[in-house]
Write a protein that binds this ligand. Sequence first.
Ligand SMILES: NC(=O)c1ccc[n+]([C@@H]2O[C@H](COP(=O)([O-])OP(=O)(O)OC[C@H]3O[C@@H](n4cnc5c(N)ncnc54)[C@H](O)[C@@H]3O)[C@@H](O)[C@H]2O)c1
Length: 321
Amino acid sequence: MKKVLVCGAGGFIGSHMAKRLYEEGHFVRAVDIKWDGYFEEPYYSEKITLDLREYQNCLKVTEGINYVYQFAADMGGIGYITKIGADIMHNSALININMLQAAVENKVKRFFWSSSACVYPEYKQRDPNIPPLKEEDAEPAAPDQFYGWEKLFTEKLCEAYKRDYGLSMRIARYHNIFGPYGTYDGGREKAPAALCRKVAMAKNPGEIEIWGDGKQTRSFLYIDDCIDGTIKLMESDYDRPLNIGSDRLVTIDELADIIIKISGKKLQKKYNFSAPQGVRGRNADLTMIKKILGWEPKVSLEEGLERTYRWIEQQLKKDTN
Ligand SMILES: NC(=O)c1ccc[n+]([C@@H]2O[C@H](COP(=O)([O-])OP(=O)(O)OC[C@H]3O[C@@H](n4cnc5c(N)ncnc54)[C@H](O)[C@@H]3O)[C@@H](O)[C@H]2O)c1
């Protein structure tokens, strides 16, 4: 049994991770500033509600802990990260700076940190049919959002803590993780959840709005695969940033069409050209993770979206009752 801390355990990836580790029999201390409340509680051994921007709180939560999974961040989908710069950088940097220092102070054995595909430079993502991004593509640096710059800064911070204090680091660069039990409304939701919500709420026959022209491309990874890959990475010897994602490139139009098919509705797509859409194309190169961890995605996009759509549909029914 390991003594594990999951920061951001009230959010999407953190709650799935806490639940998995708790079910595996580990002692799981779950920490967040607020709780989405989607999973039935308890999915942890101990629950603490604290603001991790405060150093004293970071010290408190890392006490007696061997393994840290740090998912707490000021985070959202393309609408949120396009609009918000200062708060994202301020809040997330403070959390990461204080958590790393507290981990050293409390002699944590290993520290996992969730970076993002948003660290990759804008100049490599101008075409919908771009080659998949390799880990080495991150530099020369030119992320397209403030969010990506904070991620890149914290990757360097982790490297410095590893070099100067010997902190054992594991870093994943996540590429569009989706699935049930995550944010699906309110402005922070990401494309798969937003599209599932729009489709579930649309009249039949009817229409849904797509942000941009629908031709921008991305790859999407189902949450269970993300958790498997992350645990494998945490248990491995690999201590440099590693892509965790899918290499199946789809347009946002194709993503919407899969969800519409799942719903069984007859829906037209209406395009909002002035809505934020991020880089033109982004895909994950999985050569490194396959070689190092022998990991690759197992859940197809169709299967993952089916589970996500059914969950969001059910949530919306609950919300209206
Ligand atoms: N979901 C994705 O597709 C994706 C992609 C790339 C990277 N990531 C990274 O993975 C991590 C988790 O993402 P997520 O999708 O689960 O996001 P999320 O927003 O669902 O979870 C983040 C959690 O952090 C908590 N938090 C924010 N400020 C806090 C504070 N001051 N103190 C304590 N807790 C605080 C939030 O309340 C939230 O529950 C983030 O670092 C994110 O940047 C996610």
